[in-house]
Design a protein around this ligand. Structure first.
Ligand code: AMP
Ligand code: ZN
Length: 462
């Protein structure tokens, strides 16, 4: 498998540290609001990578954290006059719901910052003891000049950083590039006591140290794959790398750094200030989760991906084609000894090339539509279903797919089936006017009837 490594700027052969246990850490959400469709992109992309790795290695330890302490969470809690736990548990639950609807399997570990404060404090202690961090005015700061490799991941010139162009200038920093590991918490905000030797009193961790400490606690000093959106390369991942490498006596922190490109809305950056943020749960009201997932996989993960109405409509049509091939051959049991073909696997192994892998699925569906023998159908069905599983697609009954968006339709599946049967009766007695009336009535509800060699079937266009 080849993966593009941000640290080297190249596609590299993936050679795990220990083939018996693959370790992967992906930065997860800060839970102060609902996930938008951009946030769903890394979740879906790294879910595909985890599925692929699980096929190839006996054990994959995949951690995706939850940041449950943060200024934005504090602000949301203050606005509603509730404890931060009320805010974080609400949005963790919503995040789980959204990801489940997109077919994202749970990660093996979902560490929360508030449950790892001792580990975070211990890591800061080690950084202070080794001269990589210092306490000043109730803060603990990482000393950037103490780590000469700083800037290598994001390929930034430390001098430029140190000039203070991109960093917050504060009087307690020895160097403008130094960043916060621990900061004070006023009595009304959540906080934890810090070791007396720091002289900092009650406080809370900075954002970057959380991931370093949780990755260490769950996955060890050196991890195979570290992922996230490309906005995290600097400063978040640069800082994680500095902390972990210095806390581990120079051991490599992450061997492969993977970053997904950004999702845009109608070619514009998705951002709260522009007001074009599209929540996953809003999209799920009008489109099936599986179509949303496929739409997210139509582009290569490193490229920007534009989100617009056509992207979802296109994904639905694609799933109609794939499920259509499965439905038309539903009488043939898949020959499960056949797995996804090599060309499909090769596409995924080529830096998770999901557009190429999807093209292989369409090729399989085309062949399945043309297949004449039961053997061919059984093999192609198995290959299509197995490839679908690796992408997290095609795992529902085709009938369920074609009846999907009933949420937006006012007729139930049973009512539709009854009307379809009545129409068949009407046709049998050559009452075509009645048959057409039923068809048009259903069409008005967004239900399309199609007569095929396999009989009459219907699908929702809602
Ligand atoms: P956040 O909650 O903002 O820290 O984001 C969680 C994850 O979503 C991070 O990996 C971000 O890089 C990623 N992310 C945020 N916005 C977008 C976007 N518009 N497109 C792709 N990924 C994004
Ligand atoms: Zn992180």
């Amino acid at each position: 498998m080849q993966l593009h490594n941000t640290a080297t700027g190249r596609k590299e052969l993936f050679v795990p540290q220990d083939p018996q246990r693959i370790t992967m850490y992906v930065c997860g959400p800060t839970v102060y609001s609902y996930a938008h469709i951009g946030n769903a992109r890394p979740a879906v992309v790294f879910d595909v990578l985890a599925r692929l790795l699980r096929r190839q290695y006996p054990r994959v330890d995949y951690a995706r954290n939850i940041t449950d302490i943060d200024d934005k969470i504090n602000a949301a809690a203050a606005r509603e006059s509730v404890e931060i736990g009320v805010i974080t548990s609400r949005y963790v639950a919503a995040y789980h719901e959204d990801l489940a609807a997109l077919g994202v399997a749970p990660a093996d570990f979902e560490p929360r910052v508030t449950e790892h404060i001792p580990q975070i404090i211990a890591m800061i202690e080690r950084l202070i003891a080794s001269g990589h961090a210092y306490a000043a005015e109730n803060h603990v700061l990482f000393s950037v000049p103490s780590y000469p490799d700083y800037g290598q991941l994001s390929r930034r010139d430390p001098r430029e950083l140190l000039a203070g162009a991109r960093v917050e200038v504060a009087p307690y920093k020895k160097d403008p590039g130094d960043f916060v590991l621990w900061k004070p918490s006023p009595p009304e905000l959540p906080g934890w006591d810090s070791p007396p030797s720091w002289g900092c009193g009650r406080g809370r961790p900075g954002w970057h140290i959380e991931c370093s400490a949780m990755a260490e606690a769950l996955l060890g000093d050196t991890i195979d794959i570290h992922g996230g959106g490309h906005d995290l390369i600097f400063p978040h991942h640069e800082n994680e790398r500095a902390q972990s490498t210095c806390a581990h006596g120079g051991a490599v922190f992450a061997r492969y750094w993977l970053h997904n490109g950004f999702l845009t809305m109608d070619s514009e950056k998705m951002s709260k200030s522009i007001g074009n943020v599209l929540l996953v749960r809003e999209i799920l009201k009008v489109a099936p989760g599986e179509a949303v997932r496929l739409a997210l996989l139509t582009g290569h993960y490193r490229q920007p991906l534009d989100w617009n109405d056509e992207a979802i409509a296109d994904a639905r049509r694609k799933l109609d084609r794939l499920y259509g091939a499965l439905r038309d051959t539903a009488d043939v049991a898949p020959a499960t000894t056949f797995k996804a073909p090599q060309a499909f696997i090769a596409a995924l192994e080529d830096d998770i090339n999901t557009p190429a892998a999807l093209a292989e699925l369409f090729e399989l569906a085309r062949s399945l539509n043309k297949a004449e023998t039961v053997e061919d159908k059984a093999r192609l069905r198995a290959q299509l279903l197995d490839g679908g599983e690796l992408l997290g697609l095609l795992q529902q009954d085709p009938a369920a797919w074609f009846s999907h968006s009933t949420a937006a339709s006012s007729v139930s599946n049973d009512e539709i089936d009854t009307l379809v049967a009545q129409r068949a009766e009407a046709k049998k007695v050559r009452n075509f006017a009645e048959a057409d009336r039923i068809r048009d009535a259903l069409k008005a509800q967004g239900i399309l009837i199609e007569d095929s060699a396999q009989g009459t079937r219907w699908r929702s266009t809602n």
